[in-house]
Design a protein around this ligand. Structure first.
Ligand code: NAI
Ligand code: MG
Length: 357
């Protein structure tokens, strides 16, 4: 019997709503497929916790998390707490302390869905974005001065280390080696950002020389964003800095069905620390409490968790259940044009997991 421990952080808004369905699917998977067991401990770390305690997680929060095999996150963020607080005090410390330097985000059009790109089908939309997750533009180097005066100013520095840049690029190339297309596209902006991005480009070229069988494309981020729309079929592994990857993957989500479907994995490849799995989307205050959030992004993140655990069969069971529900098209949330609730979609996913066994 395989046994793993999960720290569950449902978070705010629709986070707990989609997490409930994710945990239901996980329970169904355990029951339907003997041989894997998960223990789950739920942490109430969110914006409500912040309003009560003045911090997003307890002082020893990271220490507590360190002993888990895995972390499952819903989403955080509430209108009463500034977004930079909820993100910087919960998600970013986890990504950094646990060296989850790879943020893996598939851009794949699932069976049963159509892309808003009129002429693009399933064969055209199947790539993965590898986003650097610990440095780059999301650094807290900088500051503000002269607040409240006409001279008020803000500086935010980008941080690109050789260590951090090499390791994300090496991961991207190693991933491309395992995929049939053998291609890496790196996002740059070395025409406008004249220190960090030429540095990034140099390291891309260095690492690419170690992989002569992989085709490397280096595109400026603005052109690359347009190519996501005009020729997504040319991509296989797309590697990008923290900010560029963040923006590209919301766009990536939009061309394969929207944020309600898009998952992500924050991975510590060395497995020294727990990795974290979450939907790309946030807490969606505009629909929170209505019971209509799409739980599929959260559930797909569970499939990525199974891949991380080298359990391809369990991963496939989850993906098949998602694709069955999408193909039948009867139980879908409003973002996919349906009328079903979050819970109804969760129940339908669970039903398909049992059907598969
Ligand atoms: P968002 O992703 O929460 O929402 C963007 C749009 O997508 C909204 O119209 C929302 O209704 C829709 N949407 C998102 N998830 C959906 C789902 N599962 N089903 C159906 N529709 C869905 O992004 P937004 O509005 O920029 O941020 C809201 C809050 O979430 C902020 O506090 C922000 O800081 C936080 N946030 C947290 C993230 C995290 O926890 N990793 C990531 C992104 C944002
Ligand atoms: Mg984002």
């Amino acid at each position: 019997m395989l046994h793993y421990s999960i720290a569950v952080i449902p978070g705010d808004g629709i986070g707990p709503e989609v997490m409930d369905e994710g945990l239901k699917v996980l329970a169904a998977l355990e029951e339907a497929h003997g041989g894997i067991r998960f223990t789950r401990d739920v942490m109430d770390w969110n914006c409500q916790y912040y309003l009560t305690h003045g911090r997003m997680m307890p002082e020893n929060g990271l220490h507590t998390l360190k002993d888990y095999d895995l972390i499952l996150l819903g989403a955080v963020g509430a209108p009463e707490v500034p977004d930079h607080v909820s993100v910087w005090e919960l998600i970013l410390p986890i990504r950094r302390a646990f060296q989850q330097y790879v943020n893996l985000r598939p851009v794949k059009l699932l069976k049963g869905l159509e892309s808003p790109l009129r002429y693009k089908g399933h064969a055209d939309l199947d790539f993965v974005v590898v986003r650097e997750n610990t440095e780059g533009e999301y650094s807290n180097m900088g500051g503000r001065m002269h607040q409240g005066t006409p001279y008020e100013m803000a500086v935010q520095n980008n941080v690109f280390t050789r260590y951090g840049t090499e390791r994300i690029l090496k991961y991207a190339y190693a991933l491309a080696e395992k995929r049939p297309k053998k291609s890496v596209t790196a996002a740059t902006k070395s025409n406008g950002i004249n220190h960090s991005m030429p540095f990034w480009d140099e390291i891309v070229k260095e690492i690419s020389r170690e992989h002569p069988d992989i085709q490397t494309n280096l595109y400026h981020i603005d052109a690359l964003a347009a190519y996501f729309i005009t020729r997504p079929e040319t991509f296989d592994v797309v590697v990008a800095s923290n900010l560029f990857g963040d923006i590209l993957t919301d766009l990536g989500a939009a061309i394969v069905g929207g944020l309600g479907l898009a998952p992500s994995a924050n991975i510590n490849p060395e497995r020294k620390y727990p990795s974290m799995f979450e939907p790309i989307h946030g807490s969606a205050p505009d629909i929170a409490g209505k019971g209509i959030a799409n739980p599929i992004a959260q559930v797909w993140s569970l499939s990525m968790m199974m891949d991380h655990l080298d359990l391809p069969d369990a991963s496939a069971v989850i993906m098949n259940a998602i694709e069955q529900v999408l193909q039948e098209g009867k139980v879908l949330t409003p973002d996919l044009g349906g009328k079903a609730t979050t819970k109804e979609v969760g129940d339908e996913l669970v039903r398909h997991i049992y059907l598969a066994t």
